[in-house]
Design a protein around this ligand. Structure first.
Ligand code: GDP
Length: 445
């Protein structure tokens, strides 16, 4: 799902890695790349235009957090805008004040309505509802039997006309099902309607008649994500013909591009409520725009890290660190200690540093450092005199012994730390010489 877009966006972010500031040209080039990525993902043109305009506006704007470097900021902006385009907040199912809540499914034949009815029924039943599935698709041979099979698997009762009784009016079936639900205490009714292979006026009229007969609380337009841009056209036709409150996207598991998912909300103004990701009954979830966005960016962990970095570090602290890194003064053990402290605040997720643009050097530096290691390092550095911390070269054999005794460690620990520090110092010099920004797009970086 969304593999194409993920790959393209990841390479856009990689190309920003190590940039200290984004110039106008950088922003233009980035916007161009993102535009191509979206077009390749089969996103509708008006959606692409709106998306790119927002990205550019925000990237140019003064919305600069000291805790993030430019690449991270672009990731954050793209993520926010993806969430927005996917619908922003998660759209929950609305229950009627007076049960039963009537949910009507509409969509083309093969879009996955019957399967979705079963999934939705099971999902609702798991939440202590008492749903009733209704077979109002009397057009397609076997549609009723298919729903009965699905209902049995989902362990949700099905309301269907008796076969061979000459009952052929889906509007009547729908109306009767609501009465039945009232009698039998079903708090939700899920009506599966007929679909055709293409949009046609008779089908649309039938769906509109069912709608008028039962006044659904929610009409869900069910659409196969694999049909890409066609989904957008069909969505528009159903909007005009029947109208609906929300969208259920099916077969997301087979959709490598994601064009339908990314376009439908913007084009129809209706949120995506459910996502179906396979043929099994459990392959079904409420659609969460934020989770979907981080999945597209394939950077869920990095985004968590960015959030955490922003909330954990006082801006002052980040600025101080960054100015140390940017200054001509050499990197000292005090700086080293401060860096360790910052990494420690981030906890186990410091492992993820390597994934962050511009931060991989930091990660190498603390590679294989666990919590106990950090304790030991802190104790050792605290046992040094200020002069030793500022000029670690003066730490000779007798000083090492004194430091080891003072910190309750072994001389070998002190040796290890000093060696590690000199490596870090060398790396910091290299970073500075190559103009690499330190942490954050901070002043002077
Ligand atoms: P309907 O004609 O709209 O009722 O569509 P069906 O529910 O009969 O689904 C058509 C086909 O799509 C069936 O073979 C389903 O098993 C399959 N299907 C439905 N939803 C999904 C899904 O999310 N992923 C995949 N891979 N197949 C699905």
């Amino acid at each position: 799902m969304f593999e194409t877009l993920s790959d393209r966006l990841t390479s856009v972010f990689t190309s920003l890695r190590g940039k200290g500031r984004l110039s106008e040209e950088d922003i233009d080039a980035t916007a161009r790349e993102i535009r191509l990525a979206l077009l390749e993902a089969d996103v509708a043109l008006p959606v692409v235009r709106a998306f790119i305009a927002r990205i550019k506006e925000r990237a140019q704007g003064a919305e600069v957090s000291k805790a993030l470097n430019p690449a991270q900021q672009v990731i954050k902006i793209v993520n926010d805008e993806l969430v927005e385009i996917l619908g922003g907040e998660t759209r929950e199912l609305r229950f009627a004040k007076n049960p039963p809540t009537v949910i009507m499914l509409a969509g083309l034949q093969g879009s996955g309505k019957t399967t979705l009815a079963g999934k939705l029924g099971r999902w609702l039943a798991a939440e202590r509802n008492t749903p009733l599935l209704v077979a109002a698709d009397l057009q397609r041979p076997n549609a009723v039997t298919q729903l009965q099979v699905v209902g049995e698997r989902a362990e949700v009762p099905v309301f269907a006309p008796e076969p061979g009784n000459g009952v052929g009016d889906p509007v009547e079936v729908a109306r009767a099902s609501v009465e039945q639900a009232q009698h039998n205490n079903h708090n939700v009714v899920i009506i599966d309607t007929a679909g055709r292979l293409g949009v046609d006026s008779e089908m649309m009229q039938q769906a509109a008649d069912i709608r008028d007969a039962v006044s659904p609380d929610e009409i869900l337009f069910v659409v196969d994500a694999m049909i890409g841009q066609d989904a957008v056209n069909t969505a528009q036709a159903f909007l005009d013909g029947v109208g609906y409150d929300a969208v259920a996207l099916t077969k997301l598991d087979g959709d490598a591009r994601g064009g339908a998912a990314l376009s439908i909300r913007h084009i129809t103004g209706r949120p995506i409520m459910f996502a179906s990701t396979g043929e099994k009954l459990d392959d079904f979830t409420l659609f969460h725009p934020d989770r979907m966005a981080s999945r597209i960016l394939d950077m869920g962990d990095v985004l968590t890290l960015i959030d955490k970095a922003q909330s954990t570090f006082e801006e002052d602290e980040v600025a101080k660190m960054a100015s140390t890194l940017a200054s001509d003064d050499d990197f000292t053990l005090d700086d080293f200690l401060q860096q360790m402290g910052m990494l420690r605040k981030m906890g186990p997720i410091s492992n993820l540093l390597g994934m962050m643009p511009g931060m991989s050097q930091m990660k190498d530096q603390v590679n294989n450092v666990d919590e106990k290691d950090l304790d030991r390092i802190t104790a050792i550095i605290r046992s040094m005199t200020p002069a030793e911390r500022g000029n670690p070269k003066m730490i000779n054999g007798s000083r090492r012994l004194r430091i080891a005794n003072g910190s309750g460690t072994e001389v070998s620990d002190v040796n290890g730390l000093v060696t590690r520090f000199f490596e870090a110092q060398k790396m910091m010099r290299q970073m500075k010489n190559s103009g690499m920004p330190g942490m954050g797009g901070a002043p002077g970086a």
